[in-house]
Design a protein around this ligand. Structure first.
Ligand code: HEC
Length: 155
């Protein structure tokens, strides 16, 4: 192999590696911990046995839902998960224009990304985020959101 073709091969291998690494982490890393979620509105509370979920989003998002408009780019929905009365974790979904384009159609949830955070706000890197995509996909007709009706009727 000539030095030149070896160089080309190395460069190509590097591109492939970067591409894969980018795809593996770019998604969920886009979602930052929503430090200001409590300044929004708690529009739904779900209780199931020892689990209590409080779900928050901004007034702007609720206004869009109420008037039947698509949830805007920049929408953040924060679900605060309590177990036996104690803060257990946060799960967050966020939507921005252009997000999700790298996902295969069978995985993609529109422009949404998902992330799970521990009670201290750090990323829960043990969470399998494919589960989020898999389950929320079933809500495709409601912009991938289970509680869209609750948003529409929130005040
Ligand atoms: C097995 C199905 C399932 C999986 C897996 C799942 N969710 Fe959900 N999610 C729900 C349901 C159902 C709700 C509505 C609230 C409820 O009933 O608990 C919900 C609600 C939410 C909400 C509030 C907005 C909405 O859709 O109502 C967020 C945010 C959320 N989930 C994020 C996540 C994240 C992040 C993950 C992965 C770490 C995840 N979910 C995994 C079923 C699922």
């Amino acid at each position: 192999m000539s030095a030149q073709s070896r160089l080309v091969r190395t460069a190509l291998a590097g591109l492939v590696l970067c591409g894969l690494a980018g795809r593996a982490t770019a998604g969920a890393d886009l979602v930052a911990f929503p430090t200001d979620f409590a300044e929004g509105v708690r529009y739904a509370t779900v209780e199931r046995g020892s689990i209590r979920e409080e779900i928050f989003t901004s007034r702007k998002v609720l206004e869009a839902a109420r008037t039947g408009r698509p949830l805007p780019s920049g929408t953040v929905i924060t679900l605060v998960d309590y177990r036996d009365g104690k803060l257990f974790r946060y799960v967050v979904m966020e939507k921005r224009t252009g997000w999700g384009a790298d996902y295969p159609p069978e995985k993609r949830n529109g422009e949404w990304e998902f992330q799970a955070f521990n009670a201290d706000g750090s990323v829960n890197s043990r969470e399998t985020l494919d589960r989020c995509f898999g389950c929320h996909r079933g809500q495709a007709l409601q912009d991938f959101v289970f509680t869209l009706d609750r948003m529409r009727s929130a005040r």
